[in-house]
Write a protein that binds this ligand. Structure first.
Ligand SMILES: Cc1cc2nc3c(=O)[nH]c(=O)nc-3n(C[C@H](O)[C@H](O)[C@H](O)COP(=O)(O)O)c2cc1C
Length: 204
C-alpha cells in the first residue's frame, strides 16, 4: 500500500512540505509506504489540449507530469499540497495537475486528499479547486474534522497552528482507513463496474 505526497510549492522546505511530513509520520507509524514528490522550481508548461495523451497514454512533454502520472497509476492514494497564491493554488501546480489528470485513465478508487497552506486567506477556495481533480476521477476524497488547511509563512509557523496540525494527522488516519477499506472491498469483489462514459455537451 503506497501513498504519493505531492508538494506543489516551489519551496521544498516550506510550510506544505512540513505539513506533508506531519502526515508522513502517521503513514510511517501505520506501515504505509509513502513518497514525497517535490514539484521544485523548474517551469512547468500547461496543457495545450492537443489530446496526444489520449492516443499515446502520456503527455508529449516528457517531464514531471508524466512521472507523477506513472507513480499515481501504481499508488493507492495521493495527497496534493499547495500554497495559496492569490486565493488559488500555485499556477505551476495547476499546470502539472491538468496534464496528470487528463492523461490518467484508471484513477477510480484511489483515495485523494488535498492540503493547503496560507499566511491568512484564500484557503477554502484553493482547497475546493484541488478536490475537483479527484471528484471528476471516481476518486473517494479523504476528509478530516476541519478543512485541510495550515497557516504560516515559514515551516516553523505551522506548529503554532495546533488545530491545523491535528487536522492533518486525522486526515492521514482517515486516508489509511479508506485505502484499507477499499482494498478489503476489492478482495471481496465489491468493486463497482462502470459503463462506457457518456459525454454530452451543450452545443446545438
Ligand atoms: C505569489 C504569492 C501569492 C500569495 N497569495 C497569498 C494569498 O492569497 N493568501 C495568503 O494568505 N497567503 C498568500 N501567500 C503566502 C503563502 O500562501 C504562504 O506563505 C504559504 O504558507 C507558503 O507555503 P510554502 O512555504 O509551502 O510555499 C502568497 C505567496 C506568494 C509567493
Amino acid at each position: 500500500m503506497k501513498v504519493l505526497l505531492l508538494n506543489g510549492s516551489p519551496d521544498s522546505n516550506g510550510c506544505i512540505n512540513e505539513g506533508l511530513k506531519v502526515m508522513s509520520k502517521i503513514f510511517e507509524k501505520e506501515n504505509i509506504d509513502y513518497e514525497i514528490i517535490q514539484m521544485g522550481k523548474n517551469p512547468i508548461a500547461g496543457c495545450i489540449g492537443c489530446a496526444n495523451c489520449v492516443k499515446t497514454g502520456e503527455c508529449f512533454r516528457h517531464d514531471l507530469a508524466n512521472e507523477v502520472a506513472k507513480k499515481l497509476s501504481e499508488a493507492n492514494g495521493i495527497v496534493i499540497g499547495s500554497p495559496v497564491y492569490y486565493a488559488s493554488a500555485n499556477g505551476s501546480l495547476l499546470s502539472l495537475l491538468d496534464r496528470v489528470f487528463y492523461q490518467s485513465k484508471n484513477l477510480a478508487n484511489k483515495v485523494g486528499a488535498s492540503i493547503v497552506s496560507c499566511r491568512r486567506g484564500g484557503a477554502t477556495a484553493t482547497f475546493d479547486s484541488l478536490n475537483k481533480y479527484f471528484a471528476i476521477s471516481n476518486m473517494p476524497i479523504a476528509s478530516s474534522n476541519y478543512w485541510n488547511m495550515i497557516h504560516g509563512s515559514k515551516k516553523e509557523d505551522i506548529y503554532k497552528d495546533e488545530e491545523g496540525i491535528q487536522t492533518l494527522e486525522i486526515l492521514a488516519k482517515n486516508m489509511i482507513f479508506l485505502m484499507k477499506s477499499i482494498e478489503l472491498g476489492k478482495e471481496k469483489g465489491l468493486e463497482p463496474t462502470y459503463d462506457k462514459k457518456i459525454k454530452t455537451n451543450y452545443i446545438r
